[in-house]
Ligand binder design. Structure first.
Ligand code: ZN
Length: 317
């Protein structure tokens, strides 16, 4: 995972460039055609603070309410960042990194293709990070994508934002005294999802296969399904032990017991909706039966309420 070629100083980039200069040129040129949700996410990320939590000697959680949660590993072999949030968060991400590390940029790992985890890629690449991801993340970012659920059409990213090193099943790296497993999930939240496990630090980043404390979004347009989400969480539960610090794509840091609760909640809702659907109910009829009612007060106050989740579950069964 070393990137010795053409590495430019992160601090040097930081000194010369404000948010405007780091905003990718193609995005400024195409701003008019960018989906509203991306424009809104960038506006939110401009002001959202980054909260840094130390998880291990050299591993940190960078929590950014506007974009996906990030992880950072620091050390003399170079810094590893997991996910890049929105491009407008770059100055705050740089400041958060500089507050704990003077090591050089090395690798940026994307958990999946979604823009709230990859919009900052081009700026981070320009600052010296080599981008790693699942092969399908690169494929999807290379072409226009649609998420009809959000009425969203995402244009292809430019070359500088694309992962340059990809894998299909798994990849293993030894870096800054730790060993890392990057492992593909079968299609779950999307068909591009991976987890990253820092073995010695015992930190597991699950991307958006886990939304901690809220109903998840499942991107049915790019391969996601309720069954896939449940299987992905089962796979992560098998990797974790009781002291693993688990980073969800959204929501606060959690433990194995929290992930188990989310897994059990999704399984129960899947079973209820499956029974209703197999009895012949339409999607509308299934939603009207409120199969998530027992869970809404705990889980339905995040991005989605139970009716919306029921629709997603029904369609992806
Ligand atoms: Zn996502």
């Amino acid at each position: 995972m070393l990137n010795p070629i053409n590495r430019r100083s992160f601090l040097q980039i930081g000194a010369m460039a404000g948010a405007e200069a780091l905003a990718p040129r193609w995005m400024r040129a195409q701003a008019a055609s960018l989906p509203d949700r991306v424009v809104q996410g960038r506006a939110a990320a401009l002001n959202a603070p980054i909260t840094t939590t130390k998880l291990y000697d050299n591993v940190y959680l960078l929590l950014n309410g506007a974009g996906g949660n990030m992880a950072l590993q620091t050390g003399p072999e170079g810094n590893i960042l997991v996910d890049s949030s929105f491009t407008t968060a770059a100055p705050k991400i740089r400041a958060a990194i500089a507050a704990v590390s003077h090591d050089a940029p090395d690798a940026l790992i994307n958990t999946h293709w979604h823009y709230d985890h990859t919009d900052g890629n081009e700026g981070m690449h320009a600052a010296g990070f080599t981008i790693f991801a699942h092969r399908k993340t690169r494929e999807r970012m290379s072409t226009q994508q649609s998420i009809p659920f959000f009425h969203l059409v995402m244009p292809a990213y430019p070359a500088g934002a694309l992962p340059s090193i990809t894998f299909d099943e798994a990849m293993h790296a030894w870096h800054n005294g730790d060993s890392l497993d990057l492992v593909h999930f079968d299609p779950a939240h999307t068909d591009t999802d991976i987890y990253i496990h820092f073995n010695n630090a015992n930190v597991l980043h699950m991307g958006d296969t886990w939304f901690n404390g809220m109903y998840p979004f499942i991107d049915e347009a790019t391969g996601g399904s309720i069954g896939g989400m449940i299987n992905a969480e089962s796979k992560a539960l098998a990797v974790a032990d009781n002291s693993t610090k688990i980073i969800p794509g959204h929501g606060p840091l959690g433990a194995k017991a929290d992930l188990q609760k989310a897994h059990d909640m999704l399984s129960a809702i899947r079973d209820k909706v499956a029974a209703i659907k197999s009895a012949g109910a339409s999607e509308q009829e299934a939603v009207a039966k409120k199969p998530t009612a027992d869970f809404d007060s705990t889980w339905g106050k995040g991005f989605f309420n139970g009716d919306i989740l029921t629709g997603i579950v029904y369609r992806t069964l």
